[in-house]
Design a protein around this ligand. Structure first.
Ligand code: ARG
Ligand code: ZN
Length: 531
């Protein structure tokens, strides 16, 4: 199974020593004393007029509270923040490879969803914040673990737009996240030999699920808050310095808007995206990356990057590893509807990372994962399931991984006339019977944070979809998939959204079916194919 390797956990990030666990508990919200003056009757009235004891009805619009420090994710309570919704991040930073430090500013353009007297933003504690402004005015702020708590000079009424600008610097490392299944964040490739002056693999890259962004910029780090990004990255390109080769490139999601070289050797790359994305779907890389353009696929621009040398330049030849993006796009467009973005590509790191991640429109691959065609199919399918349709919270992970995994089987079924998907799915069941009943240990619909990426989420998730297909028949099954993409593309979803869609299309009550497949510990028996 091509994804077998891909599930291998990465062993320790280079900077995992920066990971500091444990965050202080804090009450979620507390009224701001400066704001509300509850009605208190004059004392002499108290005995005479009991009605005076009833407080006046409070006008909700006059109460301003502290925004919560999390959005209430059941698995990762400190991810994200309540009370506002980010529209856009404007990140303007300078990376200094020789000292491994990042400095600059991030401006968050947001809209309040509550009356806020203060609000929180996520950022690793090792990133030092020097100043915060809100709507141009200096704001007070405090730090607590991976939270910045910002107290603007004026309250922010619900439904109003605001801009918060953070100036900061530090040595970015791994996201500080309790119960994280894997390290995610900012990775630096360091030379292991003192003589390696060219250091062609001394690059930097970012990825991580469920979190990587708060390792390097202030963020509402939860998939429920999708936003646009503009990233301006500057690096001083000094050929006399180790790790500062003038040919090195910076790449991140979206389109390169501008690349400027200043007199002092500073090069600035500006990237913008057109589609909102969950923060964990940001990737970036700086180093000896080479761009490969391929012919457009209809309206979709293909743009791939590889860290090279020593990757051979012909890795993009179809014959080399046997994957064919044209057919993948065709099959998925047919099954799920048009590709939801305007560009796609892969970013290959010259390191065996043991994984790939579906970072939006630019999937990042370790060199080992890159060589597995099934992983390419999987990450492309995530652009629909995970990126276009995004999780409401992390307990819903099977909606990403189960769907992307089943898509690998659907792709094989579409391109290979001899392929028997019913046989293949029964094989998945028997393969796991030999592996200590792995699929009976974790319910894919609620795996828990440590098992977020367990085999059950991927394979029992895929089997759930296959069993559903057998239950309701091909026609209704594929119509349901298309309707699900149509109705929930660009939105955040829970499993009930999917169940309701399928129930609507099929006219069947499927509650018991989904309960057994997704939430019972014991996996149900895969029914025999009816056709
Ligand atoms: N969403 C990624 C995928 O394509 C999962 C990455 C899991 N992380 C890991 N370190 N294995 O399946
Ligand atoms: Zn996946």
């Amino acid at each position: 199974m091509s994804t077998g390797k891909y599930l291998t956990p990465i062993v320790g990030g280079l900077l995992s020593s920066l990971l500091v666990l444990g965050c202080g508990e804090e009450t979620r919200t507390s009224p701001d004393e400066t704001q509300t003056t509850p009605y208190s009757p004059p004392s002499e009235q108290l005995e005479e007029d009991p009605a005076a004891l009833t407080p006046e009805p409070t006008d909700a619009s006059s109460i301003f509270l502290a925004g919560s420090k999390g959005v209430g994710d059941p698995y990762f309570p400190n991810l994200g923040n309540g009370g506002y919704d980010v529209t856009r991040y404007l990140i303007q930073v300078t990376w200094t490879p020789s000292s491994l430090t990042l400095r600059g500013s991030t401006t968050i353009e947001a809209e309040t969803t509550d009356n806020l007297s203060s609000f929180n933003v996520d950022l690793n504690p090792n990133m030092h914040v020097s100043s915060v402004t809100v709507n141009g005015d200096a704001a007070d702020f405090t730090r607590e673990s991976s939270e910045i708590i910002v107290k603007p000079v004026s309250n922010l009424p619900a439904g109003s737009e605001f801009q918060a600008r953070f100036t900061y610097n530090g040595e970015p490392g791994m996201s500080l996240l309790e119960n994280a299944p894997f390290d995610g964040g900012w990775f630096n490739q360091l030379s292991d030999t003192a003589e390696d002056f060219s250091c062609s693999s001394c690059g930097t890259y970012v990825y991580g699920e469920p979190s990587s962004s708060m390792a390097w910029h202030p963020v509402n780090d939860h998939p429920s808050d999708r936003a646009q990004f503009r990233i301006e990255m500057s690096v001083k390109m000094d050929p006399s310095q180790l790790w500062n080769n003038p040919d090195w490139e910076f790449v991140t999601n979206g389109f390169l808007i501008d690349k400027r070289k200043a007199e002092n050797g500073m090069t600035t790359w500006i990237y913008e995206t057109k589609y909102p994305r969950a923060p964990y779907l940001t990737t970036l890389a700086f180093g000896s990356f080479v761009e490969f353009e391929e012919a457009n696929l209809g309206d979709v621009q293909l743009r791939h990057w590889a860290q090279s040398p020593p990757l051979p330049v012909d890795i993009f030849e179809v014959d080399f590893f046997g994957f064919d993006y044209r057919s993948m796009f065709e099959v998925f467009t047919d099954l799920f509807g048009p590709y939801p973005f305007d560009t796609y590509g892969y970013l290959v790191i010259n390191e065996d990372l043991g994984l790939a991640l579906e970072t939006q429109t630019l999937s990042i691959f370790g060199y080992d994962a890159f060589q597995q065609p099934g992983v390419h199919v999987h990450e492309l399918a995530h652009q629909w399931f995970g990126n276009h349709i995004t999780l409401d919270n992390w307990s819903e992970i099977w909606l990403n991984e189960g769907f992307a995994t089943y898509s690998q089987f659907l792709y094989e079924e579409a391109v290979n006339p001899d392929y028997d998907i019913y046989y293949a799915m029964r094989n998945v069941v028997s393969a796991f019977e030999d592996e200590e009943q792995l699929l009976n240990k974790v319910p894919p619909g609620d795996p828990g944070p440590e098992d977020l990426f367990s085999a059950s989420v991927y394979f029992r998730g895929a089997l759930t979809l296959h069993a559903l297909r057998i239950e309701i028949g091909d026609e209704v099954f594929f119509a349901s998939l298309r309707k699900y993409v149509e109705d929930f593309g660009g939105k955040n979803v829970t499993t009930s959204d999917f169940i309701e869609t399928v129930e609507g299309v099929s006219g069947e009550d499927l509650e018991d079916f989904f309960n057994r497949w997704l939430y019972d510990l014991e996996m149900p028996t895969l029914p025999l194919a009816s056709n």
